[in-house]
Ligand binder design. Structure first.
Ligand SMILES: [Zn+2]
Length: 389
């Protein structure tokens, strides 16, 4: 295929939090071949002039539920698999058009979804899947129930054999569950067994946890990424550092749920829990940011709320600088995925997952919340998904 050359681009370097001016970027066979400050020419190349625009890596959402195309879990279960696939394809297309070129699915998506995207059956971000969420009896959400070490190991072996990138365990109650938020899902022995089993497959455990107690316990047992974690405190910060773990807050979902027409019929109890975790979540993010923890960008949306996927940028902007939020949604997301150098930055050898932005998101992160107008070009694996340049 003929190479594409992007000329005169201001390239976002998410590690440094700066723009590199006047760069030429050569794209060949779906990957970035060269990034240079000299002008390149290649025979038969397609050239695109990006003067005055920002070129940035495609975004990574480290906590999505691509297959939860309805917020009504009973309705979801009633769908035919063929109908589900059609709905999931729409959810994923929406994510890609918001600028997400890779998503880490935290419960539901499987090898079939990932394969359909990779084969180009529809447009969507690359899907890193874990299979069903694993929970103990009485646990939270749309889950696979496992009790005891043997059942956990069996479930993880099965999910790994199907190509899972990670497994997610529920390690505390949740908002849309009958369990108390401060309840602890699994025994330490069970968590350690799951962590061991995942590590045998060279994969890892992600843990759904809210309170400092649940988070700290998970970190001590070797859980690599903490999902939500709204109620962490100073004691958690040290453990994140010691264990080189990642923190993946998901503020967008709580704010979306407080709004009308969310599609969830929330009980009064759930509503009360929701308000408790919202304020705490922003404080926790601020604490983690000041402490320099590794933070991923997560949203955790369901059903019709998927269109709020970019609100996480504005929510985080209340306590974080744009450069730090952008790092979460790019290079840190890549590290969580184990794909550093392949996604999340514009370097030779990486997939050509690229966004052209009208304006500079380092100065105004809110630009990214208006993708219809501000995302002028979206490319995944070198293929143009949208171009309104
Ligand atoms: Zn989730």
């Amino acid at each position: 295929m003929n190479p594409t050359i992007l000329l005169n681009a201001s390239v976002l370097d998410p590690r440094a939090g700066t723009l590199l001016p006047d760069r030429s970027v050569v794209i060949r066979d779906g990957s970035i071949e060269e990034v240079t400050d000299t002008r390149v020419r290649a025979k038969d190349a397609v050239t695109i002039d990006l003067r005055g625009r920002t070129l940035m890596p495609g975004l990574i959402d480290s906590h999505v539920h691509a297959t939860q195309a309805s917020a009504d879990f009973a309705e979801l279960r009633s769908w035919s698999p063929y109908y589900s696939a059609a709905r999931v394809s729409q959810v994923l297309r929406g994510m890609l058009l918001r600028g997400f070129t890779t998503v880490r699915d935290m419960g539901g998506a499987d090898h079939g979804v990932a394969r359909a995207v990779e084969e180009g059956l529809f447009d969507g971000p690359r899907v890193l899947f874990g299979g069903p969420i694993i929970a103990p009896t009485g646990g939270h959400g749309l889950t696979r129930i496992c009790d005891g070490e043997t059942e956990l190991r069996r479930a993880i072996r099965e999910q790994m054999a199907l190509g899972a990138h990670h497994v997610k365990l529920t390690l505390s109650g949740g908002i849309i569950s009958t369990m108390r938020v401060d309840s602890l899902g699994y025994s330490e022995q069970e968590i350690r067994a799951a962590v061991d089993e995942a590590s045998l497959a060279r994969r890892y455990v992600a843990g759904h946890a809210y309170t400092a107690e649940a988070v700290n316990r998970a970190l001590r047992c070797g859980v690599r990424t903490i999902e939500h974690g709204n109620l962490i405190d100073e004691s958690s910060v040290e453990l994140f550092r010691q264990h080189e773990a990642f923190y993946v807050p998901t503020l967008a979902t709580y704010f979306a749920l407080t709004q009308q027409g969310a599609g969830h019929a929330l009980s009064d109890e759930s509503r009360r829990k929701l308000h408790d975790v919202i304020d705490a979540g922003l404080h926790a993010l601020e604490l983690a940011d000041r402490a320099g923890l590794e933070i991923g960008y997560g949203t955790d949306l369901h059903g019709a709320l998927h269109d709020r996927q970019l609100t996480e940028f504005s929510l985080r902007a209340q306590v974080q600088k744009p450069a730090d939020i952008l790092r979460a949604a790019t290079v840190t997301g890549a590290e969580i995925a184990g794909m550093t150098g392949h996604i999340g930055e514009i370097v030779p050898g990486a997939f050509a997952d690229l966004l052209v932005v009208d304006g500079n998101p380092l100065e105004d992160i809110a630009l990214l919340t208006e993708p219809e107008r501000r995302l002028l070009l979206i490319m995944r694996n070198g293929a143009v998904v949208k171009n309104i340049l």
